[in-house]
Design a protein around this ligand. Structure first.
Ligand SMILES: [Fe+2]
Ligand SMILES: [Fe+2]
Length: 311
């Protein structure tokens, strides 16, 4: 069930036509959902206390890793940073999922009620409901605060989730899902990491693989069939979303809360070659795909470059 395995082969897709293809993809995804869905409330041990000396996020994936500031921090302070960054990423995850749920509801509002495509979207919304509750519980259990995004980003997303066109919505969905997914794939097998964090990321990786597939297949279809102005708007809104995303990724309040100088920490993260590489590697699968379907052109591409996510 890796995202690189196409659900429907390209040859088959040509023969099917877009609507049949859409139904076929949705049917496969419904089957996958029936086979691999988890109830985090019963699947994970929420009462086990955190283990001493274990990380809440792999150190190499922390924003400050390998910076001059990092080298002055004790092991304890580094682990403390991991606790707060994990809470910040889980908060970001809930924010994304709330946006995504609204986009999905808007997407299916005009679609045939009993189609597999709509049924799968509802299944995905149900997945995201469980995920957001799971992330909230993880934040609470870790003991670090929730880290909402800034009021500006909060309100920019309010506009996006209200007015975004269909391809724009799916492009932004992928942006939110794929980079976090890259980090989570490295987190769940990592034995240095807290068992609860590993359990949460494992569930999320398994269930997100089909979300990525659904959004990719739909975005590919939409970019072929949508009017020119909409494709142009998608390129721009996706580039702008990448720019906002790269800034909002870690809430800078985490640095203050672990006793660091916030401005200095933000400046060092911005200057960090390691961090740039992590973010660009995380975005690579997505940027290659967007390039392939024509989303990375013109002014949109320049915004992607400005975000630092495109090499
Ligand atoms: Fe999710
Ligand atoms: Fe998702």
């Amino acid at each position: 069930m890796t995202p690189s395995n196409p659900v429907v082969s390209p040859l088959r897709r040509d023969a099917l036509g877009p609507l049949k293809d859409r139904e076929e993809v949705a049917r496969r995804l419904l089957e996958a959902s029936a086979r691999h869905s988890f109830d985090p409330d019963t699947e994970l041990d929420w009462n086990a206390p955190p283990e001493d000396g274990k990380w809440f996020w792999p150190p190499e994936l922390l924003s400050l890793y390998d910076t001059p500031l990092w080298r002055t921090m004790s092991e304890e302070q580094r682990i403390e940073l991991s606790r707060h960054e994990a809470a910040s990423l889980a908060s970001l995850g809930i924010w994304f999922e709330l946006i995504l749920m609204q986009l999905l509801v808007r997407h299916i509002y005009d679609k045939p009620l009993t189609s597999s495509h709509v049924r799968y979207a509802l299944t995905e919304i149900a997945d995201e409901c469980r995920h957001s509750k799971m992330f909230a519980r993880l934040i609470e259990r870790g003991g670090a605060p929730a880290y909402p995004v800034t009021p500006l980003h909060h309100n920019l997303a309010r506009i996006l989730k209200t007015v975004s066109t269909t391809p724009g919505s799916f492009a932004c969905t992928l942006l939110g899902e794929e980079i976090l997914d890259y980090m989570q794939r490295l987190t769940f097998p990592d034995e240095r990491v807290q068992p609860l964090v590993r359990g949460v990321t494992r569930i999320h990786v398994v269930e997100e693989a089909r979300h990525v597939r659904y959004a990719r297949e739909e975005l590919r279809r939409q970019m072929v069939s949508c009017p020119r102005w909409e494709a142009g708007l998608t390129r721009l809104s996706c580039g702008e979303a990448a720019r906002v995303f790269s800034v909002a990724f870690v809430n800078p309040a985490v640095y203050t809360n672990v006793g660091l100088d916030r401005r200095e920490a933000v400046a060092q993260v911005r200057a960090s070659g390691h961090r740039r590489e992590v973010m660009q590697t995380g975005a690579k699968r997505l940027t290659d795909f967007l390039d392939d379907i024509g989303v990375m052109r013109g002014a949109g591409r320049r915004l992607w470059r400005a975000s630092g996510l495109l090499a």
